[in-house]
Design a protein around this ligand. Structure first.
Ligand code: HEC
Length: 95
């Protein structure tokens, strides 16, 4: 029992140490155009530093969750910014 608790604590610590917790985005949150416009601005400013801006249509909603959870920490986005970029991307990824 004691061992189980210990390994759970160790597991939790490991997860925390494995990077910023900006993997919080698991789905859409904002639909108001205000946040979508902000998301677009953040996307255009932060996501073109290392590579060309990706086409939002490159991924579906599920795919962007995965990609953004890798890229948002690279771009040093806060959870809030991460969320707004996500909501912007999925608002334009299909026509
Ligand atoms: C610090 C540099 C850096 C920043 C900032 C950055 N990226 Fe990336 N990105 C990379 C690198 C390196 C790769 C290629 C390796 C890989 O796929 O992890 C990549 C690959 C990608 C890919 C192709 C792989 C895939 O999963 O489709 C997409 C799309 C992408 N980035 C989107 C973004 C978005 C959106 C942002 C803004 C939130 C962003 N990136 C910010 C470095 C960066």
């Amino acid at each position: 029992m004691k061992k189980t608790i210990l390994s759970m604590v160790a597991g939790a610590l490991l997860m925390v140490s494995c990077g910023p917790k900006s993997t919080a985005v698991t789905g859409p949150k904002y639909t108001a155009s205000e946040q979508l416009v902000q998301g677009k601005t953040i996307f255009e400013n932060s996501c073109s530093r290392c590579h060309k801006l990706p086409d939002p249509a490159r991924h579906d909603d599920q795919g962007w969750i995965k990609t953004l959870s890798r890229m948002a920490p690279k771009a040093q986005l806060s959870d809030e910014q991460h969320q707004m970029v996500y909501d912007y991307l999925i608002s334009v990824n299909k026509k």
